[in-house]
Design a protein around this ligand. Structure first.
Ligand SMILES: [Zn+2]
Length: 121
């Protein structure tokens, strides 16, 4: 399989996801793939930091940000793993059946780990 175009697509996506993650989160631990939402960013509350009544709102907002970070983080890891599989030479194989993943599926989602038959399980 010609993995070059998938590699390029994945690298582009990784760059994008990294940018998004850096905008909303920070690396949370020793593992560079662990992200947590930044606290105290957010354009809405920047003006009234001194107002104690906003603490609850801040927490709620942080919770929402954490949900977004988790979602981005999953995609970030999937893309990284796909890039690793390209290097290992195992890219494009269904992790359930071991069969090659359909090219049109990979074109739609280069980080796919399963063929169409197993994509929902
Ligand atoms: Zn399969």
């Amino acid at each position: 399989m010609d993995t070059k175009k998938y590699k390029e697509a994945l690298e582009k996506e990784l760059e994008l996801l990294t940018k998004e993650l850096k905008g909303i989160g920070v690396v949370g631990g020793e593992n560079p793939d662990d992200w947590v939402a930044k606290s105290g960013i957010g354009t809405i509350n920047d003006d009234d930091k001194s107002d104690d009544n906003d603490n609850a709102d801040d927490l709620e907002e942080l919770g929402e940000r954490n949900a977004i970070v988790s979602d981005l983080e999953i995609r970030f890891r999937n893309v990284k793993e796909a890039l690793k599989r390209i290097e290992d030479g195992t890219y494009g194989m269904c992790e359930v059946s071991g069969h090659p993943i359909e090219e049109d599926r990979l074109e739609a989602n280069p980080a796919a780990t399963t063929c169409k038959e197993h994509m929902n399980g």
